[in-house]
Structure formats: C-alpha cells, structure tokens
Ligand binder design. Structure first.
Ligand SMILES: [Zn+2]
Length: 475
C-alpha cells in the first residue's frame, strides 16, 4: 500500500522548466503538474499548469464551479495568449496535443464558496474555505488513459492547506499525487486557519485538522476521540486499513457532533462537524466518526446501484468494532441489531438491493447482508474466518477508499481470501430479488434473546459459538 516515490526527481525538472524563458518552455512537456499559489485564506488561487501531449483538448472544472475560473491563458510563441473558452469549457490548440503545453489562470475561490456553499464543491464556514481540488484544477473532461498527476500548493503565512489527496511523501507533504482518472471528483480539502495534529496508529496515520474556533473542549479531548475511533477500526481490521486519512473537524453551533461524510478518490478524507459547545459526554456517545472511518476501508464502488454495500458495511462494522475495543457492551450491540435489522427487510415492491435505494434498504439492508454473510462464512469455515477476514483481504489487495473498484471484483477478492464462496453467491441472490431473512430464526440460532428490556445470551444455542466469535473477534 505504500506508494513508490520516484516522482521527486521529476519535480526537480518541473522547477527548472518553470524558471525557463518562453522559447525553451515550448519544449515538449512530459509531466502533468499544477503549481498553485494561494492568497490569504485561500480566497484566490493562481494556478500554473503543465500538460503533457495527447491530453483531450476540452478542459473544465467541477460542474457549477466554472464561472469563478478567470483569465485562462496558454503560452505560445507569441507569449501568453487567452485560452479559447466556449460555454463552460476551455479548449487547447492542436499543437498542445503534439508537444504538451503550459497554461495559467486564477480561481476566485472565496466567491465560489459564498455562491455555491456546498462542501462537495466550495463552501465558506468561519475562516475556512472547503473545496476539493476538482473545483479549482482545470482538467480534461474526458478521462483517457490514467496518468500520474501532481499538484503543489503554496500558502502565505497564517493560511494552511489540507487535503485528503495523498501527499507525494512525508518530506513533500505540500505536493499531492492524483490519478488522472479521479481528477473529476477529488477528496475533501480546505484552506484557512486550522490546527494540525497527527495520530499514529499501527498500520497508518490520521492527519487531523481542527478548524480554528473557541471550542469548549480542548484539542486533547478531540484527539482522544479521533484516536478512539481510529483504534476501533484498527482493531476490526487488525491494523489501520489505510496509510493516511485526513480527518477534517468543522465547527458548527450548539453541542451536536455529527454530520459526517467520507470522500475518497486519490486519497481519503472524513469531514465531520463538531458543535462549538460539545462536551466530553457528546464525544463519548459519538458513533458517526467510527462509521465514517469504516468507509475508508472499502473501495469506492459505483454508488448509484451499490450505496447499500458501502453504507451497509459501515453500519455493520461500526458497533462491532466499538464492541471489540470494549467501548460498547455485547448486550447493547446485539440489542440494537435486534431492534434495527428489521428495517433492512424488503418491503412491498422491493426489487432487490441493487434496485431499491430506500434509506432502510441502503443502511440496514446492507447491514443485514453483512450479518448473513458473517454467519455463513463462519459456518462454512467452522468459525475459522468471519466477515472481517474477507474485508481485510479486500483491503490488503488495495481495495480502499482511494480506489474505484466494481462490486464483483470487491466481493470476489473477499471470497478468495477466506477460501469459500459466500459473498458472490449471496450478492447474486439478493441483488435483484427481495430476499426476506428469517431474523427470528437467526437470533434463536445465535442465542440472542430479548427478555423485557434486557438482552440475554443463550450459550446452548446451535450457533452460539458464531455469536461469540462475532462479538470478540480473534482475540
Ligand atoms: Zn456512511
């Protein structure tokens, strides 16, 4: 999972290239690089781009972010000339296809953030501007062969830039590496005043960025909360599943911790809002961050059809991970499953998991798929393996949030790891047909009983060993 870092040498070439005069700058560019200089707070960005040959000539930025890109120019024999713009696209001349080119422009990020106000595109909150690089890096609108792309961001003193996109290396943490096929939708990023911390876990690290604000609680308390969530996921996966994730703590009013989301593509980031008056007890009760971190341990599958798989795995793993670190009791976790799993059953008119994108089927239908798979894997392997081993295999093969995989590749990798076919056959059974799971029978076999408002475990039940293995894991 560690990336090979041979592009450092190449960057030196870019540096030379940029200091050269016009005529020598017209030699063939072989690299794809963005040099970004931000003004205070990231309000405006000045971007210089070198594009290699054979790039598709139609360029643009993320949809609705186009009006804030200004003054695009291309370097020609006659010096800098306006780059042809038509509608919401910019067009390279034919010569660029043969020898590459240099272009430059500026991007009015503060204006975009105020007008668009969406964290997935551009949004201003307090002193911070949130905007993934796909909003402000001009890119070819047709994907073409995947290539390595780098961007470097320079900020003035007092302004920090953070990105979920993976840095090129720890020594070049302000240069980032992208696969050109994900340029159209990159991981969360932000400019402004924030405090940075690094949390090292076995197998990877969390870079934590806390928006500047007057929180009631200290950074230490926030760090402890993030560490706890990271450790739950590391316990389930027997090591933190990705070498680096950015956790972006956004400030909101009140006490609530909570709206969280995760965004991959050439990196991994979680954005989560924390109320300015949040107290320790709010952090103790939070489950959202563990859920979001579970997302990083799974490839990005096409969400239109398979959001249930991404959401279901996170919904299933979150409480089990927290149970295995002792944060939640087995009674609480199994009791919640008893209460909540029925929401994942098909309702009248259901067309199967791939074709019924309702809330219940997405979160709990997906979680139910995971529970059934977990029990079946343990049954077929005589409890040697569980769902976590299949998921660990997917991660080990590179199936993490930064990569796009299809569902078949993802589930096949899981089955391959455990040596039995469970995930693919179960997917084939449930993808396009409403399958009702006999939950009462399942709880009975696992030995989970509700008595009044208490949960009682029956260790004499036929699959009690499976329930114990799901509860305690390998250890
Ligand atoms: Zn989720």
């Amino acid at each position: 999972m560690k990336r090979v870092i041979f592009t450092i040498l190449i960057l030196t070439t870019i540096a030379l290239f940029q200091t050269s005069n016009h005529s020598s700058a017209l030699v063939t560019a072989t690299l794809w690089h963005y040099e970004v200089t931000a003004t205070e707070g990231g309000k405006e960005l000045f971007v210089e781009v070198t594009l290699p040959p054979k790039i598709h000539p139609e360029l643009s930025v993320y949809s609705s972010a186009e009006p804030y890109l200004k003054g695009a120019e291309i370097l020609s024999e006659k010096g800098w000339q306006p780059l042809r713009q038509q509608g919401l696209s910019w067009f390279l001349p034919a010569s660029a296809k043969i020898r590459g080119c240099r272009i430059r422009y500026h991007y009015q990020l503060a204006q975009a953030a105020q007008a668009i106000s969406n964290i997935e595109i551009a949004r201003q909150a307090g002193d911070l501007i949130y905007a993934p690089p796909s909003t402000w890096l001009l890119f070819p609108i047709y994907k073409g062969t995947p290539q390595k792309v780098t961007f470097h961001v320079k900020t003035p003193p007092g302004t920090t830039f953070v990105s979920g996109v993976f840095p090129l290396s720890s020594s070049q943490s302000d240069t980032y590496e992208i696969n050109s096929s994900s340029l159209y939708e990159l991981s969360y990023s932000a400019f402004g005043k924030m405090r940075l911390h690094t949390i090292n876990l076995q197998g990877g690290k969390i870079d934590l960025a806390i928006a500047q604000s007057n929180y009631t609680i200290s950074d230490d308390q926030i760090i402890k909360w993030v560490t706890k969530a990271g450790k739950s996921i590391a316990t389930y996966y027997d090591g933190f599943p990705i070498h680096r994730v950015l956790v972006l703590v956004r400030v909101t009013g009140g006490r609530r911790i909570g709206y969280g989301s995760a965004l991959g593509n050439s990196g991994a980031a979680v954005s989560i809002s924390v109320g300015v008056n949040a107290r320790q007890s709010d952090f103790d009760d939070d489950w959202v961050l563990t859920h979001e971190l579970a997302h990083i341990a799974f490839p990005s599958v096409p969400r239109g059809k398979h959001a249930w798989l991404e959401e279901g795995m996170a919904t299933y793993i979150e409480p089990i991970s927290r149970m295995r670190t002792g944060e939640l009791s087995p009674e609480k976790v199994w009791g919640d499953m008893l209460d909540q799993m029925p929401q994942g059953q098909p309702e009248y008119g259901d067309k199967g998991l791939d074709y019924t994108p309702s809330w219940g089927r997405t979160y709990w239908g997906g979680a139910l798929f995971c529970l059934v798979a977990d029990v079946e894997i343990r049954q077929k392997t005589k409890n040697r393996y569980g769902l976590e081993h299949a998921f660990r295999g997917i991660v080990a093969a590179g199936g993490t949030m930064n990569n796009d995989w299809d569902v078949i590749r993802t589930l096949s990798e899981g089955d391959k790891t455990i040596g039995v076919s469970v995930l693919i056959p179960l997917y084939n059974k449930m993808k396009a047909t409403p399958v009702e799971i006999d939950l009462d029978g399942l709880w009975k076999r696992l030995g989970v009983e509700q008595r009044g408002n208490r949960i009682v475990f029956n260790d004499n039940a036929s699959q009690a060993e499976i329930r114990r293995a799901i509860t305690y894991g390998d250890k």
